[in-house]
Design a binder for this molecule. Structure first.
Ligand SMILES: *Cc1c(COP(=O)(O)O)cnc(C)c1O
Length: 374
């Protein structure tokens, strides 16, 4: 008898479409016969500086331990994180990237009877993890491309178990300040968990910044997720962490895979936390590149969404996919965001100065304009 194995998958999984990552440099090089060194990838919000020397050294030093299982408790990394943020190690859960944690959180606290609330235009992983566990994803219409926190609070029902808030959000770059986040948390019932995804928090500076970790003592239903993939420059190693109440962390630690962060990743992440100069340079390069791209977009008369992250969504028009393709043939990879319901935009990660200049030049050409503002 012929079995349709796809029909055996649980319902949420059958209807799942996988996360669409940015096109890898090697793939575009193969497809177009280009030299990988001539390709600029501004598609996955990676750190354009390359990894920190301290992280590299620690990673190399750890290679001799490849035959051993990693420290499943991530003792050193948790110690370093706890010291940095003034929390207990019992509040920390490590993840294979923060993506891993987003999924573990959903699996721990929601099921087929649950509703999971997130915003329109929010990070694509939230609806994915909700659907995979058969929960009902509730997408709340955005306001000015950002989370409408009031509407999200109002969307909570007795079935709601989880609310995902990306602050700043990817792919829009929108951000809410401390007051808005506080007011939001005050409206959420204590039985509903709020996941504050702060993947880009290191780029934020200044007064109004909503630091989720400082809110944990007031809101035991809060889980703050962070990552080493962006400002810390370790995307390939897959390290993220959450900080929460010890009770929640205990649950997450039961469900995560016992060795979900490997030895090299643990060593490099622990080391990079001690590289303040690297983080500072990451932020400086990002601020300069953001200003460069904004000026370039203005010169091209392209509207953009002001961004607090290391990327920016620029509105190129109805033919965004053609522009995207034209950029590819010119050796520049950016990210189409039609899948996010933003078919007129492209998301561009902030690169080094010459990479941003190349993007702006290629964009001008794709739009049939004179090169300017680059
Ligand atoms: C990049 C990103 C993450 C996670 O990245 P990991 O590499 O899995 O740590 C999480 N949330 C948002 C909003 C992101 O943009």
């Amino acid at each position: 008898m012929m079995v349709d194995y796809q029909s055996l998958a649980v319902r949420g999984v059958q209807a799942l479409s996988p996360y669409q990552p940015g096109k890898p440099i090697a793939e575009l090089a193969r497809e177009l016969g280009l030299n990988p060194d001539d390709i600029v990838k501004l598609a996955s919000n990676e750190n354009p500086l390359g990894p920190s020397e301290k992280a590299l050294e620690a990673a190399r030093d750890a290679l001799g331990e490849l035959c051993l299982y990693p420290d499943g408790n991530g003792f050193d990394l948790k110690q370093a994180l706890a010291a940095r943020f003034g929390v207990e190690t019992s509040q920390i859960t490590l993840g294979n990237g923060s993506n891993d944690l987003l999924e573990v959180i959903a699996r721990c606290f929601a099921d087929g009877d649950s509703e999971v609330v997130f915003s329109q235009y929010a990070f694509a992983v939230y609806p994915l993890v909700a659907q995979a566990i058969g929960a009902r994803g509730v997408s709340v219409p955005a306001r000015d491309w950002g989370h409408d926190l009031d509407a999200m609070a109002s969307a909570i029902t007795e079935r709601t178990r989880l609310v995902f808030v990306a602050n700043p959000n990817n792919p829009t770059g929108t951000v809410h300040g401390a007051e808005a986040v506080l007011a939001f948390l005050e409206k959420i019932p204590a039985r509903v968990l709020v996941v504050l995804d702060e993947a880009y928090c290191e780029y934020l500076q200044g007064d109004g910044y909503a630091d989720g970790v400082t809110l944990l003592s007031r809101f035991p239903n809060l889980i703050v997720c962070r990552t080493f993939s962006k400002a810390w420059g370790l995307a390939a190693l897959r390290v993220g962490y959450s900080i929460s109440s010890p009770a929640i962390a205990d649950i997450l630690n039961r469900v995560r895979q016992p060795f979900n962060v490997d030895t090299i990743a643990l060593a490099a992440a622990t080391a990079v936390l001690g590289d303040a100069a690297y983080l500072q340079r990451s932020c400086e390069v990002n601020a300069a590149g953001m200003a460069q791209l904004e000026a370039g977009f203005r010169a091209l008369d392209l509207p953009f969404i002001p961004s607090a992250g290391n990327f920016i969504a620029v509105e190129v028009g109805d033919n965004a996919m053609e522009i995207y393709q034209s950029l590819l043939t010119q050796g520049v990879i950016v990210r189409p965001v039609g899948g996010y319901g933003m078919p007129r935009h492209l998301r561009v990660s902030i690169g080094l100065e010459h990479e941003n200049a190349k993007l702006l030049q290629a964009l001008a050409k794709a739009l049939g304009r004179d090169s300017q503002g680059a």
